[in-house]
Ligand binder design. Structure first.
Ligand code: CP
Length: 307
């Protein structure tokens, strides 16, 4: 069991790579305590705003659920009806919201590392949590994925974990490959070569899906991110993709008894995963969503603890 009693706080939560292993494990353990109901915090004097400049269902709503479970007050913010449309910058928007009493910002933005300038300013004292920066990182998704794997296996060391699909465009994959490699898992990559980058070689090895499927403990599928593709250059046929790179029923039959399927969602049924497998026995996709609430409670506690 990981010791979580010592004081632990973070100024912000924008990237998991910046955290040491003990901090990651502390966050996971706290998230599991929230899930079991053995941990409780009251932040009813604190105010949160979730600023989502890119679309989201899970991250946006599970942060809101986490905030409400911690007793926080949540102000709504819709960029399409805000003064962003009059040219107000992100920095000025946050300064404004801080001035009226906001303590916590959860931000999703298309610009990679949008948070750097915000954190380097001396004016923003409210906590910043990264809900996803373009094709950069998605650290709260990484934490909930780690929590789901740890909950299942009780360790990371020597687990065989495959990350499959649209690797190049996935901010989830980037954080996960780095962290899982650091925590001792054996990482394998699979999917179309055009979406593979030699930079991934530092964290794992590429193999064909059919060579991997019977050896992995975790099959972590990624969404095909059509919106980030250059459609003039890439030819894409859904049925062909499923048969060549996706998780079909035939491949699922060859997985080890204890192996699990993960996907950050939203999923494209019958593209990266055969539709009927989304809710199959070894799927942990909806457990990931549930764990997202508790992982985010642990993150919020850590960034508000010192405020
Ligand atoms: N997994 C994930 O980030 O989903 P949303 O885009 O719906 O938040």
């Amino acid at each position: 069991m990981i010791e979580t009693k010592q004081p632990f706080y973070l100024d912000s939560f924008v990237s998991v790579e910046a955290l040491d292993d003990q901090s990651i494990l502390t966050l996971i353990e706290r998230a599991l305590e929230y899930k079991k109901g053995t941990r409780d915090m009251d932040f009813s004097d604190k105010y949160a705003v979730n600023c989502f400049f890119e679309d989201s269902t899970r991250t946006h709503k599970s942060f809101e659920m986490a905030e409400r479970k911690l007793g926080m007050n949540v102000l709504s913010f819709d960029p399409t009806t805000s003064s962003v449309n009059k040219g107000e910058t992100l920095y000025d928007t946050l300064l404004t919201l801080q001035a009226i009493g906001v303590d916590l910002f959860v931000i999703r933005h298309k610009e990679v590392e949008y948070y750097k300038e915000l954190i380097e300013s001396n004016s923003l004292k409210a906590a910043i949590v990264n809900g996803g920066d373009g094709a950069g990182q998605h650290p709260s998704q990484c934490l909930l994925d780690l929590m789901t794997i740890y909950e299942e296996f009780g360790r990371f060391e020597d687990l065989n974990i495959a990350i499959a699909g649209d690797l190049r465009h996935s901010r989830v994959a980037r954080s996960n490959m780095q962290m899982l490699n650091r925590l001792g898992a054996n990482i394998f990559f699979t999917g179309p070569k055009q979406w593979y980058d030699s930079a991934f070689d530092a964290y794992g090895v590429y193999q064909e899906m059919d060579d991997l499927i019977s050896t992995v403990d975790v099959m972590m599928l990624l969404r095909v991110q059509h919106e980030r593709h250059d459609k003039t250059k890439e030819r894409f046929l859904e049925e062909e993709y499923l048969q060549q790179y996706g998780l079909t029923q035939e491949r699922e039959n060859r997985m080890r008894n204890h192996s699990i399927i993960m996907h950050p969602a939203p999923f494209n049924r019958d593209v990266e995963i055969s539709g009927e497998l989304v809710e199959c026995e070894r799927s942990r996709i909806f457990n990931q969503m549930e764990n997202g609430v508790y992982a985010r409670m642990a993150i919020i506690e850590a960034v508000l603890a010192n405020k």
